[in-house]
Design a protein around this ligand. Structure first.
Ligand SMILES: NC(=O)c1ccc[n+]([C@@H]2O[C@H](COP(=O)([O-])OP(=O)(O)OC[C@H]3O[C@@H](n4cnc5c(N)ncnc54)[C@H](OP(=O)(O)O)[C@@H]3O)[C@@H](O)[C@H]2O)c1
Length: 281
């Protein structure tokens, strides 16, 4: 199977690549922003799995033009499984090269743009799967659709929570659109997992995450189980539009279940990227 895995160079993504790479017929393309880290990951994964069909494409997924060139590079690949997993938490407010708040740009818009472009180019096979890594952190927040980029009073943790809520709303909308092509779209919470998550921040808060991880986080092996399950398990091949935790369907927050919210997020996301010069239809 042909698998594209964003954020495959560390944490949950790396573990997922390692397990899926053990099936020698799987061809895996890892996406990450750091070339050195990507090449190092490929080298290690090939050693660990003996699968030579593992490669890396560099892309800063917070940049619209870089996602566009990535999608162009993938145009001739027929993808069976797309795993949108790359994500980060930014304790201080940052903007992407497109001047979009970075949590929203990376954690939501990258899933939205990459998947839609690959669908537009008919690169995802009929009967294929899209897996969106969301989080249980989506609970306890709502989205103000007129303030998606939190221009004032930014709080990194709240913005992260909202971006993960976007992943679930996106899953809901996309799964309806891809039903005709029998492409399933599901999302998941991996649990609180010991990874490199939060380490991009030079602050006390990133030390706090590290501290919490050392006591409360589950292993990456356990955390990646639901991603691998949704990507490959036969029992979910006809299930779409759902949120999973520990390989079981769970109800996400009430806000995440609301169709109007999903529609509004879709409309606003389209309009934001259109203002930046990208049309997906
Ligand atoms: N760890 C947890 O407890 C937890 C809980 C719930 C949900 N999640 C979700 O799980 C996903 C994976 O996180 P993780 O915990 O495995 O974190 P991680 O170890 O920090 O891995 C993040 C991955 O994303 C890539 N990435 C980050 N920024 C990028 C960018 N601008 N462009 C392209 N790739 C980028 C990184 O590669 P580069 O450094 O090369 O860019 C790396 O491969 C995230 O979506 C996160 O929200 C994690």
């Amino acid at each position: 199977m042909n698998i594209v895995l964003t954020g495959g160079t560390s944490g949950l993504g790396y573990r997922t690549a390692k397990v899926l790479g053990q099936e020698i017929e799987n061809k895996i393309i890892l996406i990450g922003s750091n070339k050195q880290k990507g090449e190092f990951s490929v080298e290690n994964l090939i050693k660990q799995t003996s699968n030579k069909n593992i490669s890396f494409l560099q892309c800063d997924l917070s940049s619209i033009s870089e996602i566009k060139s990535l999608a162009e590079k993938l145009k001739n690949t027929k993808i069976d499984i797309l795993i949108n997993n790359a994500g980060a938490l930014f304790f201080s407010r940052k903007e992407s090269v497109d001047k979009i708040e970075k949590t929203f740009a990376l954690n939501h818009l990258s899933y939205f743009i990459l998947t839609n472009l690959l669908l537009k180019y008919k690169v995802i096979k009929n009967g294929g799967r899209v897996v969106n890594v969301a989080s249980g952190a989506h609970k306890g927040v709502k989205i103000d659709f007129n303030n998606l980029e939190t221009k004032k009073n930014y709080n990194g943790w709240i913005s992260y929570k909202k971006s993960k809520l976007c992943n679930i709303l996106f899953t809901k909308s996309l799964s309806e659109l891809t039903k005709k092509n029998k492409i399933t779209v599901n999302c998941l919470h991996p649990g609180f997992v010991k990874t490199q998550f939060g380490k991009n921040n030079n602050s006390l808060a990133s030390l706090a995450i590290k501290f919490l991880m050392s006591f409360f986080a589950i292993s990456v092996e356990e955390g990646a189980e639901t991603i691998i399950f949704l990507a490959t398990d036969n029992s979910v091949k006809n299930i779409t539009g759902k949120y999973f935790y520990q390989c079981k369907i769970k109800a996400p927050s009430i806000f995440a279940q609301n169709q109007k919210n999903a529609d509004l997020l879709w409309k606003k996301s389209m309009s934001i990227i259109k203002n930046k010069g990208l049309t997906l239809t």
